[in-house]
Design a protein around this ligand. Sequence first.
Ligand SMILES: Cc1cc2nc3c(=O)[nH]c(=O)nc-3n(C[C@H](O)[C@H](O)[C@H](O)COP(=O)(O)OP(=O)(O)OC[C@H]3O[C@@H](n4cnc5c(N)ncnc54)[C@H](O)[C@@H]3O)c2cc1C
Length: 284
Amino acid sequence: MKAPNFSYVKPKDLVEVLALLEQHGGSAMPLAGGQSLLAMLNLRLLTPDLLVDIGDLNELKNVAVEQDTVRIGPLVRHVELLRSPLIKQHLPLLSKAIAHVGHVAIRNRGTIGGSLANADPAAELPACVVALGGTLLLESRSGRREVVASEFFKGLMETDLRPGELIVEVRLPKQSTTKRWGFSEISRRHGDFAVVGLVALADIVEGQVSNADLVYFGCADRPKQAMGVSAGLQGCRLPLSKIEWLPDAIQHDLTILDSPGWKAKTKLHIAAVLTKRLLHTMNA
Ligand SMILES: Cc1cc2nc3c(=O)[nH]c(=O)nc-3n(C[C@H](O)[C@H](O)[C@H](O)COP(=O)(O)OP(=O)(O)OC[C@H]3O[C@@H](n4cnc5c(N)ncnc54)[C@H](O)[C@@H]3O)c2cc1C
């Protein structure tokens, strides 16, 4: 299919972008890497009147470290995150996860801001940003506001973004050097969206787990923290010898539903096995 007709502008600065987004309300959409938006236009799932290409806003392309925080501009591309020594040093979890986002061609154009705004429940970056305790800085002509990542994702491809707002920064606390972390996903082929994925952070001392923070993706309508599973893991020794309780606990936290090609029961089984395996590797 071909995209419906739309107008296109490529403003030179943020002031102009925000003015256009306000002026056109919901009928204008920001265009970043275009890797999701253009596909959705071609499928006619979206019919904006105006695309506001934000690709010239150089102020939104930086990665910087300020005290304990890593500040990432929304236009930083996946490939740049993958190659960034700052990300590797301070956010090794993100560095590992990004290699699973799509394929080379997608990573060469796709941006972190686009991925977060797109809010695909099976995408890697939203889950990482939630697990790492990130905050999003949103700006419109009315001003700026901060939203914690766990509250930014509202449902299936739904976010807290209001008409006229742009993600202008992603702030992530540097990963603690003592906390163990892990990332794993099951997908049909490397680079495909996850069928089930898990991002985990935990204290593990002499094989004993505490303060586990688990965010599953590809399972519910958004990346979800599994508080009940975390509580159940408190004090458990690794490797986990019994995981019979895990599917029920995961289901209680995530409410996995049947989806095309996947029974909820199968996904739950995969999620439980992934949890056991990932924690085991984190203890190595
Ligand atoms: C074949 C294929 C495979 C893929 N596989 C994966 C995968 O395995 N994992 C994965 O996570 N992703 C995958 N993707 C998606 C890819 O990561 C996209 O790059 C990403 O989701 C969107 O980023 P983008 O910069 O291309 O955004 P765009 O496509 O330009 O925009 C996406 C949406 O975000 C909005 N937007 C963009 N930037 C901003 C901003 N700063 N503020 C507010 N709104 C904004 C746009 O208006 C649009 O609604 C895949 C895509 C394709 C085509």
